[in-house]
Structure formats: structure tokens, C-alpha cells
Design a protein around this ligand. Structure first.
Ligand SMILES: [Zn+2]
Length: 78
């Protein structure tokens, strides 16, 4: 009788789970989505600002990522 050693810890049914769309930041100058990340600056409110340079047109820009506090979000509650 073969032993079933590896059993998946959690079987998640991926049908019907909510989908959250996150758009990739694009260059404000040329609209390209390829850039070189220079560095990331952490904001005091949990946000993160990435300083990047576009690979196509060399435009420097900042990408701000916000992480809303749990329970403070305007979205749905899990
Ligand atoms: Zn660009």
C-alpha cells in the first residue's frame, strides 16, 4: 500500500474567487511598461514610492503604491 506522503496543506478552489485587477504602471511620457527601478522609498502611511526610469524613453517617474490599512478600506470586507 503506497503511502501518500505529500498531501497539499490547503486545497483552494480557484473557481469563483474574486478577481482583483492591478494595472501595471506605465510611463507618463511614452506609455511603455518597461522601466528600470532605481529605488523604493517607504512612505510614512504604509505607501511605497518607486523611483523608476523608463527603458524606452528614459523618462524618470515615480510609482506610488498604496496599501490601505485593514479595516479602513472602502472596499469589501472578507
Ligand atoms: Zn517612456
Amino acid at each position: 500500500m503506497p503511502t501518500k506522503g505529500t498531501k497539499k496543506a490547503e486545497r483552494i478552489r480557484w473557481d469563483g474567487v474574486p478577481i482583483v485587477f492591478v494595472q501595471r504602471a506605465t510611463c507618463p511620457s511614452c506609455g511603455g511598461a518597461r522601466y528600470i527601478r532605481s529605488r523604493t522609498v517607504a512612505g510614512g502611511d504604509g505607501s511605497r514610492t518607486k523611483l523608476v526610469v523608463c527603458k524606452i524613453c528614459r523618462q524618470a517617474f515615480k510609482i506610488c503604491e498604496e496599501f490601505p490599512e485593514t479595516g479602513n478600506s472602502a472596499g469589501g470586507v472578507w
